[in-house]
Design a protein around this ligand. Structure first.
Ligand code: NDP
Ligand code: GUE
Length: 297
């Protein structure tokens, strides 16, 4: 049996199209474009690529992109001051501070400074609390993108057994919260989990967010299960000096057992950026007091 491939790239393109329509309606109603500010500290090449892609897609959707690139040696106080300026700027609806930050900065302190109603990453404790209690807020982009793909693939997730591998604040934990909200029976596995293959074998839905290239093997997967691979790992390619991207799932073996699986690249990654734009257009409507049917996006 061969799994169907979940085309995150195509789904993300459709999502951006719907956002584009909402963005032009917003501009007509508000007399200004919705705006996203992205802050990058330092010169990490992968982060630079992501930030550039975010900026391009923001503009392509008819929103305004404000990019702030700061040198790696910027003081924490200067970064906090920039965040405060963006909080106060009425042209800015969403703020994203690219992580990880340089070691001399306290990430929690920086995130805590972002106005929760502009926190389109959903990382502020207020939004974490809102998600945990079922209040409207902002949900982290990567896990929300995963749930959109799952619901598109499976319809209702109610009653399904889900295993999330990874318990980070940005992927694993919010992913578990969203699956609980969809009435899945959720297990969260991590580096101390005993017999991970056995835990994964129970799952109708497997979400891998580990950061270990091709760790999850096909023999671990229950036949017909849906596999969402969040991992983005750059490894040495076949050709000298070239690298390639692989996920946390061994795609070759898992795709012979799973019912459906996301590829890397072209799966969850493109969804992350599209959901960021979704959260930004939602923030713009809320901040401007303009009604929007958020469940329809
Ligand atoms: N597609 C996208 O848009 C995004 C992709 N990513 C990718 O997703 C992956 C995870 O990211 P992130 O959550 O930030 O990573 P973290 O490093 O913050 O978390 C990794 C988690 O995996 C667990 N883990 C590590 N080794 C094992 C193991 N051998 N067995 C079981 N669990 C293990 C850790 O457990 P413990 O807590 O015990 O240490 C931890 O909870 C990365 O590849 C990252 O690049 C991340 C964000 C967005
Ligand atoms: N504050 C903050 N918010 C984030 O959401 C955030 C962050 N910091 N730091 C880094 C991680 C990682 N991340 C990705 C976004 C897009 C792709 C993506 O588009 N991936 C493409 C491939 C891109 C390539 O070729 O390199 C794909 O999977 O098809 C991947 C990973 C967002 N993150």
């Amino acid at each position: 049996m061969s799994a169907s491939i979940i085309d995150g790239k195509a789904f993300a393109a459709g999502l951006r199209e719907r956002i584009g329509v909402l963005a032009s309606a917003f501009e007509a109603a508000a007399g200004r474009k919705a705006g996203l500010a992205v802050v990058l500290v330092g010169e990490d090449p992968a982060s630079q690529v992501y930030v550039r892609n975010k900026g391009k897609q923001t503009i392509a959707c008819g929103m305004e992109s404000f990019e702030h690139k700061l040198p790696a040696e910027t003081s924490e106080a200067d970064l906090l001051a920039l965040v405060e300026t963006l909080n106060a700027d009425p042209a800015v609806d969403g703020i994203l501070v690219q992580l990880p930050l340089p070691a001399h900065m306290n990430e929690q302190k920086v995130i805590a400074t972002i106005n929760p109603d502009k926190d389109v990453d959903g990382f502020h404790v207020v939004n974490v609390g809102r998600l945990a209690t079922g209040l409207p807020g902002f949900v982290p982009c990567t896990p929300l993108g995963c749930v959109m793909l799952l619901k598109d693939q499976l319809g209702s997730l109610s009653g399904l057994d889900a295993v999330v591998i990874g318990r980070s604040n940005i992927v694993g934990k919010p992913m578990a919260q969203l699956l609980i909200a969809e009435s899945c029976t959720v297990t969260v596995a991590h580096s101390r989990t005993r017999d991970l293959p056995d835990v994964v074998r129970r799952a109708d839905i497997v979400v891998a967010a580990v950061g270990r290239p091709e760790m999850v093997k096909g023999e671990w997967i229950k036949p017909g299960a849906t596999v969402i691979d969040v991992g983005i790992n750059r490894v040495a390619g076949a050709q000298e000096g070239k690298s390639r991207l692989v996920g946390d799932v061994d795609f070759a073996s898992a795709s012979t057992v799973a019912g459906a699986i996301t590829p890397v690249p072209g799966g969850v990654g493109p969804m992350t950026i599209a959901v960021l734009l979704r959260n930004t257009i939602v923030a713009a409507h809320r901040n401007a007091g303009i009604a929007l049917d958020e469940s329809a996006i």
